[in-house]
Design a protein around this ligand. Structure first.
Ligand code: HEC
Length: 192
């Protein structure tokens, strides 16, 4: 019996010798610590004919939250025939807070180029180095444009202006549209 005790103590002491070792530690219970997996860009052997590990989604797959076909007016600013939505108020409740939200977002995202009043005199437009000619949001060329058109411009951009669908969510884009309406309204009414 006592022999076992010595062996046990010896093992115990060796086990805790605290000496650095280059060998990996003994892993008595591996659990699922070293499960085989593919790294990105690695070759895989499961699917024949196509070795890529990064698979294309199955046709028709829609990521959670990305189904937009049920409400094209809201998501795209157009109906399923491709006609622009006339007024934001047809699909969303527009109140003072909504326009204020649009003002805040406009000042953050648009004023750098279009200026706080929308006339196109933001800092970027003032700086010759950038060489972009920024359209005035109050311009007469936009008089006949619908709300859906403005939404489309914010989402997808035009020429030198890039789209903001990556930074601004749908509801905020509509809020900005209402603020553009407010700016244009103020122009038509002598900035009162
Ligand atoms: C980096 C500068 C820049 C920013 C930021 C910017 N724009 Fe523009 N925007 C432009 C330029 C440049 C044009 C002119 C594009 C062209 O050549 O027709 C333009 C054009 C427009 C037009 C007129 C489109 C037309 O049909 O003529 C609208 C409306 C507009 N921008 C709205 C916005 C709104 C709203 C935001 C904020 C979400 C915004 N822009 C942010 C540079 C910018």
């Amino acid at each position: 019996m006592i022999k076992f005790l010595y062996i046990f103590i010896a093992l115990f002491l060796f086990g805790c010798q605290g000496m650095p070792s280059k060998k990996p530690p003994i892993h008595l219970n591996p659990n699922m610590d070293d499960v085989e997996r593919y790294d990105a860009q690695e070759k895989q052997f499961f699917y024949k004919n196509d070795d890529r590990t990064k698979r294309n989604p199955i046709e028709g797959t829609i990521p959670y939250g990305f189904y937009k076909d049920d409400n094209p007016e809201f998501y795209l600013g157009k109906n399923s025939e491709g006609e622009y939505l006339n007024k934001v108020s047809e699909i969303l409740d527009v109140d003072k807070d909504f326009i204020k939200r649009g003002q805040e977002r406009f000042n953050i995202y648009c004023s750098v180029c279009h200026g706080y009043s929308g006339v196109g005199n933001g800092l970027v437009a003032q700086n010759d180095e950038y060489n972009v000619i920024v359209t005035s949001i109050l311009s007469e060329t936009l008089d006949d444009k619908s709300d859906g058109y403005f939404y489309d411009i914010i989402s997808n951009g035009k020429n030198n202006m890039k789209g903001y669908s990556g930074q601004i969510n749908e509801e905020d884009r509509w809020a900005i549209v209402t603020y553009i309406r407010a700016l244009r309204y103020m122009k038509d009414n002598d900035n009162e």
